[in-house]
Design a protein around this ligand. Structure first.
Ligand code: MCN
Length: 792
């Protein structure tokens, strides 16, 4: 009996290499390459009057200096605005090097290539730029006031205004027995991968081929952008993604200036060129997210059942819109979570500010949406004096209502339709896991002893596994080993393990015989990338489909050789055998040998290749419509996203004097459909919760009114240490398989982070008895909130 690998807690095959320091990151590659450094704007908003690079040109070791004036063809055009949307009437994109204006501190102005990084950095500091400072617009309030404009041709700083509604929210709220209004804020944060952005490129002048290694979440995206911007044929560009030390969204589809400038310089100079971002550059020139201000109006009945919900929010988009409206659209559509508001109206404005651009950061707009919806649920419960879990339960979409259509449309115009879930069952599991029903007594008892403890919960639904497609190529080698090429890249999600599990089961080979290769356009040139918790659904499905194809072919070839019918064969543990006749068998490696019409026979005794044969004299022919080689590829393209869901709960204690916030317990119930590897999913949840703790309690981008980021280092930008994240997280899974893909999978990679701000707001509010309406809430904010309430 062979072990089924799907659903097993298999240890990650990639980890030994990584934790023993044997990973290979971009900066480890092509030692001796020329190194680049970037001159970045010190102003949040300014016109560039003049750039003088002369003082740099004579520096020994400086090889080239580029400014906008040196860019030609497509490189002189703005970077693309990805994912356009009809309501994005005023989308704006930056240039690879600023043309005549800078719109945030950190925007790239000049690119210096030198013998080493020290020389490049020194040279950068000697470029003279004269600026004409312009008034900066910092934060949502200043953008709305529109006293100054970020882009002079964008009235009111409004990149886009979008509205969607179902039913008549206004009338329903008016007619409801109870009404509430809330104002809720969430501040800017950002992904902080250990490895920043990095690119190295080499141009082969003779072959006219460009090789690029990039720390990216999408090799094919970099390839497409580099080819288009540098005027190359796609086939002239290979992009290879080695180990990546985290991405969390910041390395997805949109090309960064440096990703284009490095290959451009490598081609021009005929020498390899490398750029490795430092931490400060990551803060001021990559991407941020989360910053939004929300106004909520809700109408409900005596049970807490939603009658109507109206949400208006303002999204701080930063200086440009590289990803169109994807983040605020996700907030606006996925805010509803597991609930049925019946009448819903959402309006948002996306606003330009002179700050770093917004691109999707793990969770992408959902942490804000969940925070808004769950704060609303808590407010309803408080207003009615009801249990917070109960109020949620009366609003749940029921298990027999799937597929459930909210009546909203998503970014691509398709309806937002949930495919599966069982919210009441998840809530019951969560309540048990955290001890919800016993908590009240415990809280009262601790309070009597002067301790402040509180419990909170939050529910969410997350669209995952977004299309359009993903593929897998599988090749069985003559040794019987199986190579699986997946087009997307891996940043630590355990793809090499998980997809090997899928293929081992689907093909019928030992897990140890399967090797997964990711992120190499030479191996799989057609792919989209790793984001939106899509790899398991997309590449998992593609790997299963490709494995089924290869298995069918193996059985066809083996059937000829064994003189059996395909229906009588099975492929188990890497051996094709006739069911019920154990001696009638053939190793999969032998099938691979037979699949090749041109081959040597191998003499076991002399360990030598003995007999060369062409054609099919001594072997059964491969079927007429088959192709040589025991290999095959398949692609998976879904009709719509799958919707994962989950619920988190936390128990916190706040110090009555210092306002320190301690997490006493944390529990998660998660439903990502069929689990490929529960240990990986749990690891993803742990990582997500750690990130969510940061977002809820510590991390914020502290801009001053002139647009300077005051905390652009790990000394000042507080991230949780191991001492701040929960000591353990209790996790329970619910598996409601998705009917939309062959394995029933839904995504899991972002789930951990999504409800954290909502959970901690709920728990701290419970402990303190004070309304929490702005996140993050650090001890000092809590302390000041207490003071304000005492005074007020
Ligand atoms: N998985 C599973 N069973 C399921 C669903 C998922 O075993 N039913 C496994 C998958 O096989 C995969 C992992 O869980 O190994 C995550 O799968 P998935 O939800 O498809 O997410 P992706 O692989 O597409 O990863 C993207 C997601 C996102 S959007 C961000 S941001 C993120 C994240 O993953 N960035 C990460 N997790 C990260 N983890 C690390 N270490 N580093 C990052 O940069």
């Amino acid at each position: 009996m062979t072990t089924r690998m799907m659903g097993e807690k298999v240890r990650r095959v990639e980890d030994d290499r990584l934790v023993t320091g044997n990973g290979q990151y971009v900066d480890d590659l092509l030692p001796g390459a020329l190194e680049a450094a970037v001159l970045r704007s010190p102003h949040a908003h300014a016109r560039i009057v003049d750039i003088d690079v002369d003082p740099v040109l004579d520096i020994d070791g400086v090889v080239a200096v580029y400014t906008y004036e040196d860019l030609t063809g497509p490189m002189a055009q703005p970077l693309p605005v990805l994912i356009p949307h009809p309501t994005l009437t005023h989308g704006r994109a930056q240039y690879a090097l600023a043309k005549d204006e800078v719109n945030h501190v950190g925007e790239a102005i000049a690119f210096v290539v030198a013998r080493d990084r020290y020389i490049a950095e020194d040279a950068v500091s000697r470029i003279r730029v004269s600026y004409e400072p312009l008034p900066p617009v910092v934060g949502v309030e200043a953008a709305r006031a529109a006293e100054h404009l970020v882009h002079p041709d964008v009235p009111g700083n409004v990149a886009a205004r979008m509205e969607q509604s179902v039913g008549d929210a206004g009338a329903a709220i008016e007619a409801a027995p109870h009404r509430l209004t809330l104002e809720l804020d969430i501040e800017r944060s950002a992904s902080m991968p250990l490895e920043g952005r990095g690119t190295v490129a080499r141009w082969d002048t003779d072959a006219r081929r460009l090789q690029v290694w990039s720390s990216t979440q999408t090799s094919t995206g970099v390839r497409a952008a580099v080819a288009a911007k540098l005027g190359l044929d796609l086939a002239q560009v290979d992009v290879i993604t080695p180990d990546v030390g985290g991405g969390f969204g910041v390395k997805i589809l949109h090309p960064w200036p440096e990703e284009l400038l490095v290959p451009m310089a490598a081609m021009a100079l005929g020498q390899p060129v490398k750029f490795t971002e430092d931490r400060r550059e990551h803060f001021i020139s990559s991407a941020h997210e989360r910053g939004q201000h929300h106004e909520v109006e809700v109408g409900f009945d005596d049970e807490g059942r939603l009658r109507g919900l109206s949400v208006r929010f303002w999204h701080d988009h930063g200086a440009y819109t590289p990803y169109g409206l994807i983040v605020p659209i996700i907030t606006s559509t996925q805010l509803l979570g597991p609930y049925k508001p019946h009448n819903y109206r959402v309006v948002f404005e996306s606003l330009y500010t002179n700050t770093v651009v917004v691109t999707p950061y793990r969770g992408a707009g959902r942490p804000q949406g969940v925070y808004v919806m769950e704060r609303t649920m808590d407010a309803i419960a408080a207003h009615l004096g009801k249990d917070r879990a109960e109020v949620r339960a009366v609003n749940f979409i029921q298990p027999d209502e799937f597929p459930y259509d909210h009546g909203l449309t998503f970014q691509d115009g398709r309806p937002l339709r949930y495919d599966s879930g069982d919210f009441p069952a998840s809530l019951e599991k969560l309540k048990k896991l955290i001890g919800w029903d016993d908590f009240e007594a415990m809280r009262d008892e601790l309070r009597a002893r002067g301790r402040r403890v509180g419990i909170g919960l939050a529910c969410y639904v997350e669209g995952t596994g977004v299309g359009p497609y993903e593929g897998a190529h599988i090749q069985v080698e003559t040794s019987g080993k199986v190579k699986v090429a997946i087009g997307l890249t891996s940043q630590g999600q355990g793809h090499h393990t998980a997809f090997a599990q899928v293929v081992a089961d689907e093909l019928g080979v030992p897990f140890e015989d399967v090797e997964v290769v990711t992120g190499d356009t030479r191996r799989m040139p057609y792919a989209v990338g790793t984001f939106a918790s899509r790899a398991a659904v997309m590449s998992g499905s593609a790997a299963a489909l490709a494995a089924r194809k290869v298995k069918a072919k193996a059985l066809r070839i083996a059937a000829e050789a064994l003189e059996a019918s395909v229906d009588d064969l099975e492929l188990v543990d890497g051996v094709v055998r006739v069911k019920g006749a154990p001696d009638s068998r053939m190793e999969l490696g032998t099938v691979a040998v037979l699949s090749n019409p041109l081959r040597y026979a191998f003499d076991e005794a002399s360990k030598a290749a003995t007999q060369f044969s062409v054609g099919n004299a001594d072997r059964p022919p491969i079927a007429e419509d088959d192709q040589p080689g025991l290999e095959g590829a398949d692609f998976y393209s879904p009709q719509q996203s799958t919707f994962a869901n989950g619920m988190h709960a936390a128990i916190v204690e706040t110090d009555p004097d210092t306002a320190e916030i301690r997490i006493l317990r944390y529990a998660v119930v998660h439903d990502c459909g069929t689990l490929i590897n529960p240990m990986i999913v749990e690891g993803q949840i742990h990582g997500g919760v750690a990130q969510g703790v940061g977002g809820a309690l510590y991390e914020r981008m502290a801009y001053d009114s002139s647009g300077q980021l005051l905390n652009a280092s790990f000394m000042d930008f507080l991230m949780p240490f191991v001492t701040e994240v929960p000591e353990s997280i209790d996790i329970d899974h619910l598996e409601t398989p998705s009917p939309l893909n062959p394995l029933g999978i839904k995504g899991a990679g972002e789930a951990g982070v999504i409800p954290c701000s909502a959970v901690f707001a709920s728990a701290i509010e419970d402990a303190e008895g004070l309304p929490i309406t702005s996140m993050p809430i650090s001890p000092s904010e809590l302390y000041h909130l207490r003071l304000r309430h005492k005074e007020g």
